[in-house]
Design a protein around this ligand. Structure first.
Ligand code: PLP
Length: 407
């Protein structure tokens, strides 16, 4: 495995050098969004300075360059996730829009009374689109529970399938518990019942090797901004034969073949699902983020993040009296959700911010999970490859100080 030179890596992220309230920033809110390396925002600058022209529309040089740069990102993503073809890679405004696209378009074919299996650990982005569909189609949502370690109850998952099941959908990695779900096995189980699968890969794409052909799911989605890329871009992977059969999600320019008032025909994949001018500047720069991950080495990044997770978890458990850590799965990503005694997560988060430590507080867009755990929210620290043991130490010292302040 490639060695990770964290100091060199940090050199690519000037934002990590800033001060907050007189302290060097310790950025541990990476599950919400990661910081962005120089190569990515330089690429954005380059797009604005040299290649700002609308894509897929012009014969002029700038437009062709912008189009080539956008399509190069699509090919990079195809390789990153090992899709069969770039026709299976659709750009959206985020994972949220991608899930809405599937619920609205693929879901339009669900029969009345169908059942959708999802899990109690889903982000609202993978709950509410199905609820919106539910109200139109009289669908039933069947929810898989977790055990005390924060792992999905696979026996219950298996038992929920019946002849009414139309879809199974689940997070690859929980944004609260860090649990890495056995998605390949879960997909295999769904397929044994003839049920298609959508995987929410937002928290997996920045950390884990992805292989769509091996996973064999029908749909998979993630967002660029959580994987060192620009904001406002999501990716929907879908199996070509399904995407071909699905109706368009939105109408407009770019997604048509021919428009007349007597009828409109639609563009081929993937453009059929990309109505309107895309964020071609961001998409072009996203390629740099994928290259950055490739250069750095995903396996080395993952190993480093796992080291930070183990180290920080062990020390917090040992040194902070009254700490409760939520999520102790055997397979866990570098996310630590916790509470100190009965202190409100906002108070803890505010005090940590005063020490220059950025963590997330609240329900993390997972209110059903909070309800299941019987808590209002948590404090969440989440690591990226550029975080260091010194930052973990500063975070642990900060938590101890806050715990002492709050008594
Ligand atoms: N799913 C999970 C597991 C997430 O963590 C997030 C974002 O936090 C989303 C979906 C939504 O992603 P976006 O807001 O980029 O569309």
């Amino acid at each position: 495995m490639q060695e990770l030179d964290v100091d060199k890596l940090r050199g690519e992220f000037p934002s990590l050098e800033r001060e907050v309230h007189g302290h060097r920033l310790v950025y541990l809110d990476n599950a919400a969004t990661s910081q962005t390396p120089r190569c990515v925002w330089r690429a954005i600058e380059d797009m604005y300075i040299r290649h700002k022209a609308n894509v897929h529309r012009g014969v002029h040089t700038l437009s062709q360059e912008a189009t080539d740069l956008q399509e190069a990102t699509r090919r990079s993503l195809r390789d990153y996730i090992n899709a069969r073809s770039e026709r299976e890679v659709i750009f959206t405004r985020g994972a949220t829009e991608a899930i809405n696209l599937v619920a609205s378009s693929f879901g339009s074919g669900f029969p009345d009374g169908g059942e959708i299996i999802l899990t109690v650990m889903e982000h609202h982005a993978n709950i509410v689109p199905w609820q919106l569909l539910q109200s139109r189609k009289n669908l039933k949502l069947r929810v898989v529970d977790i055990n005390e370690r924060g792992e999905l109850d696979l026996d219950q998952y298996r038992s929920l399938f019946n002849d009414k099941t139309v879809m199974a959908t689940f997070a690859h990695v929980s944004n609260v518990l860090g649990t890495i779900n056995p998605v390949k096995e879960m997909t295999r189980i769904a397929h044994s019942h003839g049920v298609p699968v959508l995987i929410d890969g937002c928290q997996a794409a920045p950390h884990l090797k992805l292989d769509m052909q091996d996973l064999d799911c029908e749909f998979y989605t993630f967002s660029s901004h959580k994987m060192y890329g620009p904001t406002g871009i999501g990716v929907l992977y879908g199996k070509e034969e399904l995407l071909e059969r699905m109706p368009p999600y939105q109408g407009g320019g770019e997604m048509i073949d021919h428009v007349s008032f007597s009828g409109t025909t639609f563009a081929e994949l993937p453009f059929k699902f990309e109505a309107g001018t895309p964020d071609f500047v961001g998409i072009a720069a996203y390629c740099e983020a994928i290259d950055f991950i490739g250069r750095t080495g995903l396996a080395a990044m993952e190993a480093h993040e796992e080291d930070l997770l183990r180290y920080t978890t062990a020390r917090l458990r040992e040194e902070v009296p009254g700490i409760r850590i939520f999520g102790d799965a055997a397979a866990k990503s570098a996310v630590i959700s916790f509470l100190i005694g009965n202190e409100h997560p906002y108070d803890v988060g505010m005090l940590l911010d005063g020490l220059g430590i950025a963590v997330r507080t609240g329900h993390h867009c997972a209110q059903p999970l909070m309800e299941r755990l019987g808590i209002p929210g948590t404090v969440r620290a989440s690591f990226a490859a550029y975080n260091t043991r010194q930052e973990a130490d500063a975070f642990i010292a900060g938590v101890k100080r806050v715990a002492a302040m709050l008594g």
